[in-house]
Design a protein around this ligand. Sequence first.
Ligand code: FAD
Length: 229
Amino acid sequence: MNDSLLDENLRQIRDSVLKLCAGFGDAYWMEHDRTAEFPETFYRAIADAGWLGIAMPEQYGGAGLGIVEAAVLMQAIAESGAAMSGASAVHMNIFGLQPVVVFGSDEQKQRMLPPLLQGREKACFAVTEPDAGLNTTQIKTMAKREGDRYVVSGSKIWTSTAQVADKVLLLARTRYCQRAIFPIFAQLKRHFIANISHSAYLISAAEYDLTFLAPPDRSACYALPPPLF
Ligand SMILES: Cc1cc2nc3c(=O)[nH]c(=O)nc-3n(C[C@H](O)[C@H](O)[C@H](O)COP(=O)(O)OP(=O)(O)OC[C@H]3O[C@@H](n4cnc5c(N)ncnc54)[C@H](O)[C@@H]3O)c2cc1C
């Protein structure tokens, strides 16, 4: 990367991240690629240095910076030799929580964001389904009201880091209306996860600890987050 294009702040971000990443050389990434293990030590180092909150609001423990700073961070991680393995290990916590920031109440943000930004919890982002890739309006996962709870059923594929995540931000619909799609923040319960080795999991009548970030009974439409992968 030609860092003469960056201003002083961006260059400082890039230099700090490259310095941190230098502690994780080719042998580290080779070993994790070979064993398919989550790079926990790398993730911890990034969290402890405060980078997970780079684009999150300051009142929830973030740095309050923007998408450009976050992009420079991700670029430096990838460039260091960590490539997709390193970038995918942290990108959900950096970019994927925007629906919480945009749609969440103060109470939800206070509850959900700090543990993720501090790296005490990991989250994954579940949009893609076997029959719905880029066209997210075709997703079929349903969140159906049953008494005082919602039951989610459907299947998601390609959910990066689902294997190690504590929380999932998933998109589901509450009725068969093309535009009624809602972001939901849920506890990921491991025993509901199947086919995980294929980067896919089935959510079959799973009872989740659900928190709708947007009220599911409103007829308003919500803009879907932009593709993040
Ligand atoms: C490494 C990796 C990690 C991923 N992580 C996640 C994750 O964490 N969470 C998650 O939800 N998903 C994840 N995905 C899934 C990813 O977001 C999807 O692969 C992506 O949305 C594309 O979907 P698809 O593969 O079904 O392709 P499709 O949507 O079927 O598209 C196939 C091809 O057709 C083209 N195409 C599609 N529609 C049109 C159109 N209308 N006009 C012209 N061309 C079109 C596309 O450009 C593409 O080339 C991941 C994928 C990869 C490879």
